[in-house]
Design a protein around this ligand. Structure first.
Ligand SMILES: Nc1ncnc2c1ncn2[C@@H]1O[C@H](COP(=O)(O)OP(=O)(O)O)[C@@H](O)[C@H]1O
Ligand SMILES: C[C@H](O)[C@H](O)[C@@H](O)C(=O)COP(=O)(O)O
Ligand SMILES: [Mg+2]
Length: 472
């Protein structure tokens, strides 16, 4: 009898429930439910609609019922850094404010007055993104201390959704590491750091590792669904789950390509050398206490916003085709400039950048899309050079995983600018990593090596080779 595990993967643009099971040594996936995940305005902040997200999970589980399939387990992964706070009656007392909200403007600099940047990096190994949880909490402490005073529990987004499912409150390690409040060496909350910031330690849960079975569904959910299931912690940071699925780990760099492009390598220990700080690389926690040495690149968020600015008149495939047709247009923006984090109008922001840097100004949808994709490829090229400088070695391959691996033009562009073989796929790398963590937890898969071997055999990849060698 097959054991079906349900992966709930909620990225910054879309969510999906994907059921996985082993059949003749291969991993079989079946998409159960897919939904949009959009930022909304609430209480004058940019927020995620966590109540709607939880409803979508229940809708997906009810679809399993209709399929007469009773999954044995569920695991939830989402984007990083964001959280909610509960009071002593376990009532949610904050909105799930998005990392794109301006409430953290200037907070990083405020924290550096208490803890030097270099020291913070040596302790945590985490990249400096102005929206890290540490700066979100510090913003609350400075601007709404009454909320922190009332708080009893800190739960990151997957933790909160797990709480709604099971009643159990945990903080999972891979996602906790993204807060910049976890010590990279002890892998626990950094109590000295929390004391220095004046943030009470009691709101944090004990850190649990991926593959932990934290409980089962709340009684009322069992009654509503007609079945129970184990609630398991995958690597609840979506990128940590995605990295599990990178098909060819040896001698390769990955790009987890979704709303963000997370570009890096898997490592056994944190790298906090001055060059890593200078280039703003991070050491986020991975499964089995591995490390994700990577850099956040603004990613396909930019083309998502361009698509929205054109009122969704074009599909992503349309925008790729139009970019190809605009082959004579050329302009490059620094995709990692904070101005692209949440501009009012992305197309105008791109045009203004090109005006300010005295470049050709994109006017057609094809020219705008080509500028975005060329700029992403340029950022990937720069990041490869930084990674190879830090590791003092040359990598031969780049694995592109996630929704962005469907962009064949960009995959070829990456091969051309870097001169490396690009291995594209699997698209649902995050959900696959989520499922195999659950299957390891229930003993269907022995360990990470076996998981990766099964993944490699189960999913096709596409290869792209440079036609002209790399840029120097
Ligand atoms: N057919 C396609 N052609 C080109 N790009 C695509 C295609 N389908 C999806 N994408 C890209 O994949 C991105 C979504 O990737 P995904 O991994 O689902 O994101 P997230 O997990 O952040 O929600 C879209 O923003 C889009 O740019
Ligand atoms: C804000 C974080 O850096 C972001 O969540 C990133 O870590 C991430 O996981 C993005 O995943 P997507 O699937 O939303 O691109
Ligand atoms: Mg994703």
């Amino acid at each position: 009898m097959a054991s079906y595990s349900v992966a709930v993967d909620i990225g910054a643009s879309s969510g999906r429930l994907i059921m996985g099971n082993l059949e003749n040594g291969l991993l079989k996936l079946r998409e159960i439910h897919r939904f949009e995940n959009e930022i909304i305005q609430k209480d004058n902040h940019f927020c995620w609609d966590v109540d709607l997200l939880f409803q979508e999970i229940i809708i997906g589980l009810k679809k399993c019922m209709k399929m007469r399939i009773q999954p044995v387990s569920i695991g939830i992964d989402t984007w990083a850094v964001d959280f909610v706070l509960l009071d002593d009656k376990n009532h949610r007392i904050t909105e799930a404010v998005s990392y794109r909200d301006p409430r953290t403007d200037g907070m990083m600099e405020e924290v550096f007055k208490l803890i030097p940047k270099e020291e913070l990096y040596l302790e945590t190994g985490i990249q400096f993104q102005k929206f890290n949880t540490i700066y979100q909490l510090y913003s609350l402490k400075k601007n709404h201390p009454e909320i922190l005073d009332k708080a009893s529990s800190f739960l990151m987004i997957p933790d909160y959704l797990n709480f709604l499912l099971s009643g159990r409150k945990t903080n999972e390690y891979t996602n906790a590491s993204s807060t910049q409040l976890v010590n990279a060496f002890t892998k626990e909350w950094d109590n000295i750091l929390l004391d220095t910031l004046g943030i009470k330690k009691s709101i944090f849960q004990s850190i649990q590792r991926p593959k932990s079975v934290i409980g089962t569904l709340r009684d009322e959910l069992v009654a509503e669904l007609g079945f129970d299931m184990k609630v398991i912690l995958p690597a609840t940071h979506d990128t940590a789950s995605a990295v599990i699925s990178v098909p060819e780990q040896d001698d390769s760099i990955y790009i987890s390509s979704g709303t963000w492009s997370l570009m890096g390598v898997e490592n056994r220990f944190p790298i906090c050398v001055p060059k890593a700080l200078e280039y703003n690389f991070t050491n986020e926690g991975g499964i089995d206490y591995r490390f994700r040495f990577l850099k956040n690149i603004m990613g396909l968020w930019i083309i998502q916003e361009v698509k929205r600015n054109y009122e969704d008149e074009y599909t992503f495939a349309d925008l790729v085709r139009l970019a190809k047709e605009a082959k004579d247009f050329s302009a490059i923006v620094n995709v990692n400039d904070d101005r692209f984090l949440k501009p009012d109008n992305m197309i105008e922001e791109i045009r203004n950048y090109c005006i300010e840097t005295e470049q050709s100004i994109p006017s057609t949808p094809g020219e705008v899309a080509k500028c975005v994709y060329d700029s992403l490829a340029d950022s990937y090229f720069q990041t490869v050079k930084e990674i190879e400088e830090i590791f003092e070695k040359t990598f031969s391959k780049i694995n592109v995983i996630g929704g962005g691996c469907q962009n064949e033009m960009l995959n070829q562009q990456i091969a051309e600018v870097t001169g490396k073989e690009v291995v594209a796929g699997p698209i649902e790398a995050t959900a696959i990593g989520n499922v195999v963590a659950q299957l390891m937890a229930i003993g269907e898969i022995a360990d990470l090596n076996e998981a990766r071997s099964i993944i490699n055999k189960s999913f096709e990849v596409k290869r792209y080779i440079s036609t002209q060698g790399s840029r120097n």
